[in-house]
Design a protein around this ligand. Structure first.
Ligand code: GRF
Length: 197
């Protein structure tokens, strides 16, 4: 069975969507562990689904490399086929990218390369964008700059604030993420081909 590790920092609604999808017997992947950089609220979903979890506490940018090495150790213990960053609000260090990419993907609430970085929804509103989107990408050493695996436009509506817009984006993110995981699991997405692209 194709195995997936999911890393979060926040509410984990995208994680929950993946846990629910993976419950279906015909879904070709299983989440085997959930990791976080803090005692994230989303760890409650792992608990509810009887899923093992771990926390590698973020101890500041000065410790970023050490944090990455500890994260690699935790992930290596599970040796997942795919690592999904789903609301992990950290730039993983090069040692994590080199250990896992291209089997290391991230969901982003914008239509990359538009609005990379940690405030994509806020940036789209500030730019007066009339559309934004959701993207699933391979993580590289840049900021949301890796190969795009899936993306879809999402409308920005008059009166939107960061919450209403983000809540409109998230269901699209979840659908794209679940489909990308499925495509990895069925071999439709070939990591070697992605790495060569
Ligand atoms: C998602 O939109 C993700 O792309 C972004 O933060 C949000 C996390 O939401 N990085 P949740 O924690 O999955 O609810």
């Amino acid at each position: 069975m194709f195995t997936v590790a999911v890393l979060i920092s926040g509410a984990g609604s995208n994680l929950r969507a993946l846990l629910e999808a993976a419950r279906h017997p015909d879904f070709p992947a299983r989440v085997i562990v959930v990791g976080a950089d803090r005692e994230a609220a989303g760890l409650a979903h792992a608990e509810e689904f009887g899923m093992p979890s771990f926390v590698v506490p973020w101890r500041g940018a000065a410790e970023r490399e050490a944090w990455g090495d500890e994260l690699n150790e935790q992930l290596a213990a599970w040796s997942p086929d795919l690592v999904v960053l789903s609301g992990l609000m950290r730039l993983v260090p090069p040692a994590v990218v080199s250990a896992w990419a291209p089997r290391l993907i991230n969901t982003h609430p914008a239509h990359l390369p538009e609005f990379p970085g940690a405030h994509a929804v806020r940036d789209a509103l500030a730019a007066g964008a009339t559309t934004t989107g959701a993207s699933v990408i391979v993580v590289d050493d840049g900021v949301d700059s890796g190969p795009i695996l899936a993306q879809e436009r999402v409308a920005v509506l008059p009166g939107d604030d960061e919450t209403t817009l983000h809540e409109r984006i998230k269901p699209v993110e979840r659908r794209l993420l679940i489909d990308v995981v499925r495509r990895f699991a069925t071999g439709e997405l070939d990591p070697a081909a992605i790495a060569a692209s």
